[in-house]
Design a protein around this ligand. Sequence first.
Ligand code: BT5
Length: 305
Amino acid sequence: MAEKFRISRAAVWKQIKMLEREGCKIEAVRSKGYRLVTMPDIIVLDDVKHELKTTTIGKDIRYYSEVDSTNTLAMKLAQDGASEGTVVIAETQHGGKGRLGRRWFSPRGNLLLSIILRPVLPTHKAPLITLLGGVAVAAAIREHLGIAAGIKWPNDILIRGKKVCGLLAEMSAEPDSVRYIVLGIGLNVNMDSRLAPAEIQGMATTLAAERGGIIDRTRLFAELLAQIDRWYRIFCENPEAVLSAWRNLSVTLGRRVAAVGQDGTIEGVAEDIDSEGRLMVRLDSGVLQRIASGDVTIRKDTKNE
Ligand code: BT5
């Protein structure tokens, strides 16, 4: 190595020690050299920037070891004028947020990020951004890793029925138009699921578990940003194209679902989504009901198999 790089042996040693401090496991054999045994599971931002060919998303990436919530931080940055496409990513969150005051379990080893978007969009169409996020994440998982990920309305990505990713869109809006939206993505990649809280054991999964091996988060992150960039551009030109991609990736449509709303629980068959992203459920009475937000449970099909 010293010969190849035309540096002293002491200089090689210094670099090796630095790599070890960053978490690389390196074997040294006297008068032979060094061997890289394992690399640490960290996101290498320089590599992401190098790989990224996006037009908007990820031009500005803010990387943190630990934050409260990437969404909360991104909302503040957006409020202070951060440009569209700014990405906040953290290795871990101590206050990771789900919807409706719920928590997002955010240990190291996953992808936890938020993207600032400034679409020209009427407020009532803001939920479409969550659907766009779902399409982008599912596409990244399918194309990059070849794993059959599907979308459960409105904000979950599932693999074999288990949640691998949750999306959380928050916005600031005028009465009729969006000022900015922060799209938060929590994607389980390499975390040890055995450390997860009891409530999510059995219902959550990770990409590493599904593929059977640690996944390079740097490359996956770059792929994810590329997919978001791609689908965001499509969305701005033709939102209907995102809706049809969503329909193809959906694990909700055509299934019998139960939804908890303001008027109690309803049950029926999820027929479609409308142009505002609402789920259209055909009740047993024949009435078609639109659900704008909330949680749906997919029932075991009895009437619809
Ligand atoms: C969500 O909420 O699924 C949205 C999660 C968004 C998280 C990202 S991480 C980056 C960004 N910054 C944030 O602070 N948040 C976003 P919801 O549909 O309400 O689901 C929350 C529920 O999912 C919890 O109540 C648990 O049951 C379950 N859950 C929590 N952590 C999980 C995990 N790591 N994997 C799978 N399920 C989890």
